[in-house]
Ligand binder design. Structure first.
Ligand code: HAM
Length: 433
């Protein structure tokens, strides 16, 4: 029985074991290839940022800032926070590096870990990875549609089917204040029937009540005034235009008047991408609740964080959530081939020569596996079998003295002896067959 480890990983945080790395590599490479195609450039920002950046950027009324940040005090007395999302850090970098002077819009992507102290449960981790896109310096509706298209294409390329895009427009500084007032007076009249969280939300951010999943709140929400009926002309025009672009590229969306998102900076378009209601109930529980991608437009954030009045839009994909769907749906992709050659050795002199030979193979860019720590030939051949090597090279005491080596075809069992200095050339010939 495995010994119980003395130290446990932190709750909600996971080791990504070698067996799972192929999923991460696949998702990373699809995300990066597609982002590059659409003209996005990679940016890496620090994992720790000034805590105020998130209080201001992500927003004081959000669950992230109120409950979920990992904050530490440095020896110098500053407060830094492990990034709970990418957007404020990227906007900070855009402003600080004067990217306003680059041709606009600036299209940026990032991949990496983010940290939120959430209640750990299926699909909700405390350290997870996001693939994040931002387009800063452009207010056109076509940008919103294109961001949705990029995420949709990534999921499609990863063979995720039955995707559905939920979309809404939550207004801007022109029309939202009035809608908020309407909502406030509607919910105030029904405060007794709201859940505890929604009573708190009523004071801080009444719009977020619309997102509540509690049954008793749902009944009230379904009768609430809808933002779509109260958008200003500009937001209305913008929304209509985004939907027309989505129609043009034939993306399946559904209008969700209750989609408000949990971050303070959004204006106009907000969206999420889900798997469409799966048939099996347990799938429904796990996946329907959890968005794979979320994002939207944030036309006031750059100015709020000290920049000029730049409009922007973006979104982020949750990599662990995408991988868990890939696994549950048994989505397969070609495994990267293992080493085609295994180098087995027997005896001290052979081991010495093998060490040098391995370097020659590396320079010739031929992947060779070995197990130099093992002395038994049988154990080495078992290893060669296990990794699926096509050829095993056998270097024993006799061969080491003669300056030769045996090439064994692992499929047919045929063996031939060649001169040691010719072995790379011979293996190249064999691998070409
Ligand atoms: P978000 O909706 O908070 O948006 O997160 C985006 C995605 O990250 C979610 O759709 C989900 O797939 C994944 N995610 C969020 N929380 C967790 C969690 N606890 N465990 C696992 N996965 C999770 C943002 O972060 C915005 N910054 C997106 C954005 C960029 N908007 C504009 N630009």
């Amino acid at each position: 029985m495995a010994k119980k480890a003395k130290f446990q990983r932190p709750a909600g945080m996971y080791d990504i074991l070698p067996g799972d790395q192929q999923y991460f590599q696949k998702v990373y490479s699809v995300c990066e290839n597609i982002a590059n195609f659409y003209g996005f450039k990679k940016i890496d920002t620090p994992i720790l940022e000034d805590t105020n950046l998130y209080s201001k950027g992500t927003g004081l009324t959000t669950d992230i800032v109120q409950k979920q940040m990992y904050t530490l005090r440095t020896k110098g007395g500053d407060y830094l926070t492990l990034r709970p999302e990418f957007t404020p850090g990227i906007v900070r970098a855009y402003i600080g590096h004067g990217m306003k002077n680059l041709p606009q819009p600036v299209k940026l992507y990032s991949i990496g870990p983010v940290f939120r102290h959430e209640k750990a449960q299926a699909g909700r981790y405390r350290q997870f990875h996001q693939f994040n896109l931002e387009v800063i310096g452009d207010g056109s509706p076509v940008i919103d549609a294109q961001i949705i298209q990029v995420f949709y294409n990534i999921l499609f390329e990863l063979k995720l089917k039955n995707l559905i895009i939920g979309i809404n427009n939550i207004g801007d500084n022109q029309c939202r204040p009035y809608y908020k007032k309407l909502l406030l007076s509607y919910f105030r009249g029904r405060v007794e029937s709201l859940c505890v969280d929604c009573r708190r939300r009523l004071k801080e951010s009444p719009l977020r009540i619309l997102d509540c999943k509690e049954e008793k709140c749902q009944r009230i929400i379904s009768q609430a005034p809808q933002i779509i009926d109260h958008l200003c002309n500009e937001c209305h025009r913008h929304f209509k235009s985004v939907l027309e672009f989505l129609d043009e590229i034939e993306l399946p969306y559904h209008l969700n008047p209750y989609l408000v998102r949990g971050l303070d900076y959004y204006t106009k378009t907000v969206f999420e991408i889900f798997l469409e209601s799966p048939k099996k109930t347990e799938d429904k529980e796990q996946f329907a609740r959890n968005a794979l991608v979320g994002g939207g437009r944030y036309d006031s954030l750059v100015k709020l964080l000290g920049g000029e009045d730049e409009k922007a839009s973006g979104g982020a994909l949750g990599i662990e959530r995408v991988i868990s769907v890939m696994k549950a749906k048994e989505i397969k992709f070609p495994k990267s081939a293992g080493a085609p050659v295994f180098l087995a050795q027997l005896g001290t002199m052979a081991k010495r020569k093998s060490l040098r030979l391995l370097e020659d193979f590396r320079k010739a860019k031929i992947q060779v596996a070995e197990s130099f720590g093992k002395d038994s030939l049988k154990a080495q051949l078992t290893m060669a079998d296990r990794i699926g090597a096509k050829y095993t090279l056998l270097l024993g005491q006799k061969e080491a003295l003669e300056g030769s080596i045996i090439i064994r075809d692992m499929k047919t069992g045929r063996q031939e002896t060649v001169k040691l200095e010719k072995v790379i050339k011979e293996i190249k010939k064999h691998l070409k067959k």
